[in-house]
Design a protein around this ligand. Structure first.
Ligand code: RAM
Length: 355
């Protein structure tokens, strides 16, 4: 990966975000945790990483290629630490389905649960139950209520993800016209947080000529996202741009647009994997989109889970997570650890990435 070029690109597009945790929210401390044994003890940074830890990775849905890359990264980290990692999860991005998987992981006496929550509150009671039984709980990608987990491993700073999506679409449509957002599920913590920042960004005077006409939900389902794209384009004839802050949504939208009369007339950007988006960059359907490395996100979450389950960290602000090949990471406010800045992919760099 050509680092200097990548950094130049990030700066040019304004996507460089700090490696520090984002602000806001309440301060996480041991009292706010569930009182589970893993979280109520003080951290011992010098404790050995315990071998044989059992860690269950629970994605938003099992068939989402993005979540699969994350879980593979996490399972790889657990393997590195001589533990046993596994991925389990529902075939639809629903919180109710996730709850039964959480309960099974509790019954199996896993040492840690690492979850991308489909709804911040609906999974909280089951996660609190896990913590009360001494099971470490880490969220990644999409957070749960802060008192229902010890650590949230966020892919990048949420505010910057949201604002940068608006900057990308504004550039592509020349700062004027109607846009729509094609999101994932209506309750997804991550998409809703990003959309909140997108709306706030759009209030700035420089975007006065851009109107957010609609937020549609493809539920992180390929077919539904494809149909929602079609619906947006047919119902808003003067639509100029779509932001799809979901890898499932952007790839389905690109597929629809690439073989429709809208190709070349509508701008599409958002968050996608280079492998799913390559053909749409090459055929000109999409010019720029962003993402981080999902494998590294999973790896970081795996290390956080193992460190919690070994007593090295408790999730308190200021603690340091030793994250193997990713180096040391500070735990920020509200138990949040940030992976790092996203990369913007274009025809100039997409072939350097394979995920
Ligand atoms: C989808 C999911 C996930 C999100 C990515 C960008 O795969 O909705 O939660 O982070 O897109």
């Amino acid at each position: 990966m050509a680092r200097p070029r990548l950094i130049r690109l990030l700066i040019a597009t304004g996507l460089t975000v700090g490696l520090v945790a984002s602000c806001g929210g309440t301060t996480k401390n041991a009292e706010q945790s569930s009182g589970g044994t893993a979280s109520s003890k003080a951290a011992d940074p010098n404790a050995a990483m315990k071998k044989g830890r059992k860690v269950g990775f629970l994605p938003k849905e099992i068939d989402n290629p993005y979540e699969k890359i994350i879980d593979d990264g996490g399972i790889g980290a657990i393997r590195e630490l001589a533990g046993e990692g596994k991925e389990v999860g529902p075939s639809d991005a629903s919180a109710a389905s996730q709850v039964s998987y959480i309960n099974t992981l509790i019954q199996q006496k896993q040492d840690a649960i690492v979850i991308a929550a489909n709804d911040p509150n609906a999974v909280a009671p089951a996660l609190k139950d896990a913590m009360s039984k001494g099971i470490a709980v880490v969220t990644f990608d999409s957070d749960a209520a802060p008192d229902a987990r010890q650590v949230f491993v966020n892919q990048a700073e949420s505010e910057e993800i949201g604002r940068s999506q608006v900057r990308l679409v504004a550039k592509q449509i020349g700062g004027k016209g109607k846009i729509a957002i094609l999101s994932a599920t209506p309750n997804a913590t991550n998409q809703n947080t990003w959309i909140g920042f997108m709306k706030d960004e759009l209030r700035k005077p420089e975007y006065k000529d851009i109107e957010l006409a609609k937020v549609a939900y493809g539920d992180d389902d390929d077919q539904k996202s494809f149909q929602e794209t079609q619906g947006l384009l047919q119902s808003i004839p003067d639509l100029k741009g779509i932001i799809a802050p979901t890898t499932v949504g952007i790839s389905a939208a690109a597929r629809y647009i690439s073989s429709s009369p809208y190709k070349g007339k509508i701008s599409l950007t958002g968050l996608g994997t280079p492998n799913q988006m390559r053909q749409f960059i090459k055929d000109g359907t999409v010019t720029e989109f962003a993402l981080w490395d999902p494998n590294e996100l999973g790896y970081l979450a795996g290390y956080a889970a193992a460190a919690l389950a070994s007593g090295q960290i408790t999730g308190k602000q200021g603690e340091t997570l030793k994250a193997g090949k990713l180096g040391d990471r500070k735990i920020g406010k509200n138990g949040e650890i940030i992976l790092g800045p996203p990369t913007v992919f274009t025809s100039a760099n997409i072939d350097q990435y394979n995920f």
